[in-house]
Design a protein around this ligand. Structure first.
Ligand code: EPZ
Length: 429
């Protein structure tokens, strides 16, 4: 298994290109199941999760083609995928695939909407909490599907097709909003989603569904109206830039010091996080190219924040912020309100010398003068990158084990950081 070796203490200088958003690319790829025609997606990041979803979709009968390199493109240009679900040959998503990536459960919406049936394995446990799928099933029931659970599989049946309905979520859910959007796009009549997730990735998927022929209004607000279409058609859509990758590198610069342009990043996708970083002492400016992040030698101020659905501070940046605050001048408090068990990074950060006390859903972080390199273990995607951030400012060498978690969601992380002067390398095997 690959590891990543980092020697801390170097400031970062240069440009980091921001990739397409993983959490938009995955549901966009799943949306290809809704039409017999070809969906072309540009700016798709090269990630293990994307490859795995290509495999899962091809199992349902989707032909996935990756376009070759074009003139003027380099390794920083996202890839173009052509997805053609002309014939769905299999409406079952098996356990051995769904258990590897939770988002693959989301095929259930398009499959039942188009084929009138789907048999999808329950996703099972995961490192960041229980994460049930009840809201997804409630959506499909509301749209007229019959749901049974047999031998760990959800069977959804709607032989006469889905019918528009009013759906009100008891709690904001990104995934269940995706399921509702996709399923309602092929349902008869109007669907209204109340308490919908407002994340930019929802807006991106809705924009793509509109290009495919669905009529959707209100994406990005809490109430979304969808007029279903009989058929959806071919479309071409670019994946929006990854706001979590952007925030992660902004925090890496705030931690290591330096001056970096995050090329292609869009500030409006992560305003709350950028405001917080400014408060902590990073200099952040929006430029034509993207977002410029600077920090000189001065120490960081502590912060208090709770994670929240968009436009609040994202849970997917919680671990990275905790790493950053481990060296602030004072005591920070970070409360995790989305997932009940998303603190696996705490014990690993402690191995580097961080002082963090957990009390329920709140972590209290007492800033320390110095972190010291150590062997650490990646536990989930965002937790692992928090260890990289801490290691950039730690004295000596840190070896991050189990980096396959990082490869799921960060494209060429070690090259992007090394290009800006970090002493970071992948050790194979
Ligand atoms: C999405 O997960 C993201 N995944 C997650 O990113 C992200 O952390 C999360 O949204 C929150 O922003 C992708 O986009 C692929 P939810 P999702 O449904 O949709 C509860 C990463 O690191 N809930 O918004 O699965 C749930 O337990 C990942 O890139 C139910 O109770 O999250 C949680 O407390 C990890 N029943 C809350 O809602 C349900 O049926 C929000 O979860 C569904 C969710």
């Amino acid at each position: 298994m690959d590891r990543i070796r980092i020697r801390g203490g170097r400031a970062l200088k240069g440009t980091i290109p921001i990739s397409g958003a993983k959490n938009a690319a995955l549901p966009l790829m799943i949306a290809s199941l809704l039409t017999e025609e070809t969906l072309v997606l540009d700016n798709v990041p090269r990630l293990a999760d994307v490859s795995l979803l290509q495999h899962i979709l091809s199992n349902h009968g989707v032909d996935v083609t990756v376009s070759g390199k074009r003139a003027g493109e380099n390794e920083n240009t996202g890839q173009t995928l052509q997805l053609s679900a002309r014939t769905i040959v299999d409406t079952t998503a098996p356990y051995h695939l769904v258990s590897k990536m939770r988002a693959s459960f989301w095929v259930i919406g398009p499959l039942v909407a188009r084929m009138g049936e789907a048999r999808v394995s329950m996703p099972g446990g995961c490192a960041i909490g229980i994460r049930p799928v009840d809201f997804h099933l409630d959506v499909l029931r509301a749209l007229g599907a019959e749901i049974d659970i047999e031998e760990g599989y959800v069977l959804a049946r709607a032989p006469k097709g889905l019918k528009g309905a009013r759906i009100e979520f008891p709690k904001v859910s990104v995934g269940a909003t995706h399921t509702a959007l996709m399923a309602a796009s092929l349902a008869r009549g109007e669907t209204v989603i109340e308490n919908a997730a407002r994340e930019p990735e929802i807006v991106d998927v809705a924009a793509c569904l509109v290009k495919m022929g669905a009529r959707i209004e209100g994406a990005g607000s809490s109430t979304i109206h969808i007029q279903g279409a009989k058929h959806l058609r071919a479309a071409r859509h670019p994946v929006l830039p990854d706001r979590i990758e952007t925030g992660t590198y902004a925090m890496a610069v705030a931690m290591a010091g330096g001056d970096v342009v995050l090329a292609g990043a869009r500030a409006e996708l992560l305003q709350t996080a950028l405001d917080l970083l400014r408060k902590a002492g990073a200099e952040i400016t929006v430029t034509n190219e993207g977002i410029r992040v600077r920090r000189d030698g001065a120490g960081l101020a502590p912060v208090e924040v709770a994670t929240a659905p968009f436009p609040g501070f994202p849970t997917d940046l919680q671990a990275q912020l905790m790493a950053l605050m481990s060296r602030a001048r004072g005591t920070s408090r970070i409360t995790e309100t989305i997932f009940e068990n998303r603190f696996m990074h705490v014990q690993e950060l402690a191995r580097l010398g961080a002082r963090i006390h957990l009390d329920g859903e709140t972590a209290t972080i007492e800033g320390v003068e110095k972190l010291k390199g150590a062997p650490v273990m990646a536990t989930d995607l965002r937790a692992s990158v928090s260890l990289v951030i801490a290691a950039l400012a730690a004295e000596g060498e840190t070896m991050v084990h189990r980096v396959y978690h990082l490869d799921r969601g960060f494209e060429r992380l070690e090259q992007k950081l090394a290009h800006c002067g970090a002493a970071i390398e992948r050790v194979a095997g």
